[in-house]
Design a protein around this ligand. Structure first.
Ligand code: ADP
Length: 354
C-alpha cells in the first residue's frame, strides 16, 4: 500500500492506494492548528491539533485502527506544491531533496513548509518507510524558455521571477488517463476554485496560463487572473502589500464580479451580475486558450477537469462556443485525481529501484 499525503495550508489529506493504484481509503484533518475534524472512511471526530505533525500522528492512529499500520505500507508519497527550477521530476525523499524543497520555500512560503513538516514528522515515527515527493510545478518543466521567461532584467529572472505553472499533477494524471489514446495537440482545462489551462503537445506541457504564482491567467473563484503589473503597483500603493495580496487572491475573480465564488450558485442565479461573472470566466478561459493553441501549433482535442470542468456542462459549452473558430474537435471530461498521480509517481520510482 502507498499512503499519499497532501499537507495543505490548514489541512492534511490522505489517501491509501494498493499497488494496482486502486484507492482503498481516504481521509482528512481540517483546520490544522486549531479545532478541526478528522475524517477517515466512515469515521468522523472532532480533533484539536497544534500543527501538521500532530495532525499526522492522529491520522496514523486512525489508519492503524482501520488496520492500516505503518509496517504494512510500501511507501509514503507527498504532494509538494512548488519544485522551483530544481525539482522537475518526482523524487525519493533524501536529505538532498529535503534541502532542495527548503531552498524553494521563498517561492511558496504558505505551502512548501507544510509539505516538509509532514515529511519530517513521518520520518520521525517511521524512519524506515521510504518517502517520495511529487511536485505541482514539475509537469511544466518542459515549457520552452521563451514561454517561461518574463521580459525583465536578468537579475530578477535569476532571483526566481519567471513562470512556473501549477496544477501539474492534475495535468500529468490527465495524460496518464488517456494512455495510448492521448491526442497529439491537447488543450487541457483544470477548472476548479483555482483555474488554469495547459497546452499539452505529445504528452508534454508546452505552455500554461499560471505563471510565477497561481494568481495569473484565467478568471478564478476568488483570484483575479491576469492583471497589469502597473495596476497592482497602484493598488498596493493605496492599500498596502498585505491588503492587495488579500484582494487579488481572496476577494477578486467570480467573487468580485458576481458576489459569489461558487460556480454552481452563479449558474443557478438569473441576475445580470451572475451572468456577467460567468461570461467573464468563459471569455477569458477561451482568450487564454487561443494563446495556448498558438504556442502548441494546433488543436486535436480539448479536455476538462476540476469541479467546474467536470460538473458544469454550460461552462464547457460556452468555452467551446468561443473556440469554434479552431474547428470541431472532440471534447473529453476527465475526473481530477492528483492523489492517484502522486501514488503512480511513487510506484514508478519504486519499480525503477529508487
Ligand atoms: P478546488 O480547486 O478547491 O479543488 P473544485 O475542483 O472542487 O475546487 O471546484 C470547485 C468549483 O466547482 C466550485 O466553483 C463549484 O461551484 C464548482 N462545481 C462543482 N459542482 C458543480 C456543478 N454541478 N455545476 C457547476 N459548478 C460546479
Amino acid at each position: 500500500m502507498i499512503l499519499v499525503l497532501n499537507a495543505g495550508s490548514s489541512s492534511l489529506k490522505v489517501e491509501v492506494f494498493d499497488l494496482a493504484l486502486t484507492s482503498l481509503l481516504s481521509g482528512s484533518v481540517s483546520s490544522v492548528g486549531s479545532d478541526g475534524t478528522l475524517k477517515l472512511g466512515d469515521l468522523t471526530k472532532d480533533v484539536k491539533t497544534a500543527d501538521h505533525a500532530e495532525a499526522l500522528s492522529l491520522m496514523l492512529d486512525a489508519l492503524a485502527a482501520a488496520n492500516i499500520t505503518v509496517d504494512k505500507l510500501t511507501a509514503a508519497a507527498h504532494r509538494v506544491v512548488h519544485g522551483g527550477t530544481i525539482l522537475t521530476e518526482p523524487a525519493r525523499v533524501t536529505p538532498q531533496v529535503i534541502a532542495a524543497i527548503k531552498s524553494v520555500i521563498p517561492l511558496a512560503p504558505l505551502h512548501n513548509p507544510n509539505n516538509l513538516a509532514a515529511m519530517l514528522a513521518l520520518q520521525e515515527v517511521a524512519p524506515d518507510l521510504p518517502q517520495y515527493a511529487s511536485f505541482g510545478t514539475a509537469f511544466h518543466a518542459s515549457n520552452p524558455e521563451v514561454a517561461t521567461r518574463y521580459a525583465i532584467p536578468q537579475t530578477q529572472h535569476d532571483a526566481g521571477i519567471r513562470r512556473y505553472g501549477f496544477h501539474g499533477l492534475s495535468y500529468a494524471h490527465m495524460v496518464a488517463h488517456f494512455g495510448d489514446a492521448l491526442p497529439s495537440h491537447l488543450l487541457a482545462f483544470h477548472l476548479g476554485n483555482g483555474a488554469s489551462l495547459c497546452a499539452i503537445h505529445d504528452g508534454k506541457s508546452i505552455a500554461t496560463s499560471m505563471g510565477y504564482s497561481p494568481l495569473s491567467g484565467l478568471t478564478m473563484g476568488t483570484r483575479s487572473g491576469d492583471i497589469d503589473g502597473a495596476a497592482v503597483l497602484r493598488i498596493s500603493a493605496a492599500l498596502g502589500e498585505e491588503e492587495t495580496d488579500r484582494m487579488l487572491n481572496r476577494n477578486s475573480g467570480l467573487k468580485a464580479l458576481g458576489g459569489d465564488n461558487d460556480m454552481r450558485t452563479l449558474l443557478n442565479r438569473k441576475d445580470p451580475e451572475a451572468a456577467f461573472a460567468v461570461e467573464h470566466f468563459c471569455y477569458w478561459a477561451a482568450r487564454h486558450a487561443g494563446s495556448a493553441i498558438v504556442a502548441m501549433g494546433g488543436l486535436d482535442a480539448v479536455a476538462f477537469t476540476g469541479g467546474i470542468g467536470e460538473n458544469a456542462p454550460p461552462i464547457r459549452e460556452r468555452i467551446m462556443a468561443h473556440l469554434a473558430c479552431f474547428g470541431d474537435v472532440p471534447v473529453h471530461v476527465v475526473a481530477a485525481d492528483e492523489e492517484k498521480q502522486i501514488a503512480r509517481d511513487a510506484l514508478s520510482l519504486i519499480n525503477a529501484g529508487f
